[in-house]
Design a protein around this ligand. Structure first.
Ligand code: ATP
Ligand code: MG
Length: 556
């Protein structure tokens, strides 16, 4: 049934093709996947990869993908996160339609399945404390031990019920699957499948004081929802035999197959929700959507588009080996998208006034300029020009320096799309600081061309003083100075960069952006790609630098 759309299939696709082919385990079945975030933080770019795989595989094979909040661990969950997670998924362009579930909806069934296992002699209540359990875990040559392993099923049934009724303290006992105390795979050494946890759950309240462990709960959630392929990250590979054991030993309504893929890591950032939460809670960043965060809401605020993130995920591919992707590749994907789609405007970040002394006072001229040379259908806009324009203060030097083609006395420079002007000097204040630059324009060069073909090397952007808006511009850089801030025994907090945010005020931007609102991406000519921040307002516009123009990504 699978149609080949790419020259080669990745290993997940190959498995799915195999499974749905005649004679395969899911012959004639619709491919059914799920995306199971734990609502204990905001989604990050690693989750985007997982979504592109979970929703992406369903899409590719004409199947469906559920959204399931994996809320079986009540200690860290928060309702705040649920809406944010849904918003981020929709923003990326994925759709769970009406299949939105909570793992906690299945607590009753999970309990029943545990009872089934006890009755079958495949689970028992163990009274070892967590410390004793650790001490009795054994090693490769010594099996684990539990004196409670062979207690009668009736006794376990009664104790399990009493656990459920809240008769015992936390840690006093657990329910363990009876699998193999000598297994070389430690997750099969009679793993704990239920523990006592007297915690309020955000959805089930105080109804439960025992909660299922992930390895027991997840296969059941998948089976109840009729999932065919349960796609997850590599750290669950060693747990797959346990996943399969649970499915085989309960009267499961379906037999999902777990397939693992590599986690995404990106350098100069951290990716675990716990660490991201620490950055937020300890005030190192301004919230989960701080544009320096690798969260989807942070990237969105930074100016990332859904297409750039999906292209990134497509570009990194699906593999079985964990690796760290260069941050510059993510930036490359954004640049690619914005180069094709962002409107060009002129913005002067560090303004100084250029006075064109031979241009008539009070006169205003207009120029019709392209919005995007890569996208004709985006049309043109009108910009104005007058006797005074803002230029970058770094575009003027009092004396010529080799290789510098911009303003210095005697040099001709092109004001982009307007005129060629010749620098005649400057004015300084009492401290010797340049406060105004002077030039004369050549009226024959309207549009920026020289009729006699003479060469003008430097071209600079500018903004008409009479038609400019003041703006705040926020320049962002890597949040961490170390490419791998959380490897080994490094404390990532020690590597937070002091220069990751620079705020520029009093920048001058052309009036054409007036009234534009977040989200809106621009290319600021010569500077990079910027977007309107969500805190921007009509009379106090704020822009975030998404990415600079220079591509640091080198194809290997
Ligand atoms: P974290 O450590 O960041 O909290 P997690 O795995 O606990 O990550 P979940 O909310 O449980 O986060 O993850 C939901 C899904 O996203 C899972 O299928 C998980 O495997 C996947 N996922 C999480 N992080 C990454 C990542 N860095 N790369 C690829 N997939 C990921
Ligand atoms: Mg988790």
């Amino acid at each position: 049934m699978a149609e080949e759309i790419r020259a080669t299939n990745n290993f997940i696709e190959s498995f799915i093709i195999e499974d749905t082919a005649p004679g395969g385990a899911y012959e004639g079945k619709k491919v059914h996947t799920r995306f199971p975030p734990e609502p204990n933080g905001y989604l990050h770019i690693g989750h985007a990869k997982a979504m592109c795989i979970d929703f992406g595989m369903a899409e590719r094979f004409g199947g469906i993908c559920n959204l399931r909040m994996d809320d079986t661990n009540p200690t860290k969950e928060d309702v705040e996160y649920i809406d944010a997670i849904k918003e981020d998924i929709k923003w990326l362009g994925f759709d769970w339609e009406d299949r939105f579930y909570f793992a906690s909806e299945y607590f009753e069934q999970m309990y029943e399945y545990a009872v089934e296992l006890i009755k079958k002699g495949l689970a028992y209540v163990c009274e070892l404390t967590p410390e004793q359990m650790r001490e009795n875990r054994g090693d490769l040559s010594t099996p684990a031990k539990s004196p409670y392993r062979d207690r009668p099923a009736e006794e376990s049934l009664e104790l399990f019920e009493r656990m459920k009724n809240g008769e015992f303290e936390e840690g006093r006992m657990t329910l363990r699957a009876k699998i193999d105390l000598a297994s070389g795979n430690f997750s099969l050494r009679d793993p704990v499948i239920y523990r006592i946890n007297k915690i309020h759950h955000h959805r089930t309240g105080d109804k439960w004081c025992i909660y299922p462990m992930y390895d027991f709960a997840h296969p059941i959630e998948d089976a109840i929802e009729g999932i065919t392929h349960s796609l997850c990250t590599l750290e669950f590979e060693a747990h797959r035999p346990l996943y399969d054991w649970v499915i085989e030993n309960i009267t499961a309504p379906a037999k999902p197959r777990q397939i693992e893929f590599a986690r995404l890591g990106i350098n100069n950032t951290v990716m675990s929700k716990r660490k991201l939460r620490q950055l937020v809670e300890d005030g190192y960043v301004n919230g989960w959507d701080d544009p320096r965060m690798p969260t989807l809401c942070g990237l969105r605020r930074r100016g990332y588009t859904p297409a750039s993130i999906r292209n990134f995920c497509e570009g990194i591919g699906v593999s079985k080996t964990n690796s760290v992707v260069e941050y510059s590749f993510l930036e490359h994907c954004l640049r690619d998208d914005l180069n094709a789609n962002a409107k060009r405007v002129m913005c002067v970040l560090d303004p100084i006034k250029l006075v064109i002394t031979n241009y008539p006072e009070g006169k205003t001229e207009t120029f019709e300029v392209e919005n995007n040379p890569n996208k004709e259908e985006d049309g043109t806009r009108t910009i104005t020009f007058g006797r005074e324009v803002w230029i970058e203060s770094t575009d003027f030097l009092e004396e010529k320096v080799k290789g510098y083609n911009r303003f210095y006395p005697g040099n001709e420079v092109r004001l982009k799309s307007a005129y060629i002007v010749k620098c005649t000097g400057c004015k300084k204040d009492e401290n010797g600081k340049v406060v105004e630059v002077y030039a004369e324009y050549d009226p024959e060069t309207r549009g920026g061309d020289t009729p006699d073909g003479r060469k003008v090397r430097g071209t600079v952007h500018w903004v008409d003083v009479n038609n400019s808006l003041d703006a705040e511009v926020r320049l962002y850089d890597n949040l961490f100075t170390d490419p791998e801030p959380d490897t080994g025994d490094k404390n990532f907090i020690d590597y937070i960069s002091p220069d990751s945010l620079k705020i520029l005020k009093g920048c001058k931007i052309e009036r054409s952006v007036e009234g534009a609102e977040c989200p809106m991406n621009y290319q600021f000519m010569r500077h990079g790609y910027f977007c309107i921040d969500k805190d921007s307002s009509a009379d106090a516009m704020i822009f975030n630098r998404s990415v600079s123009l220079k591509d640091g990504f080198k194809k290997k």
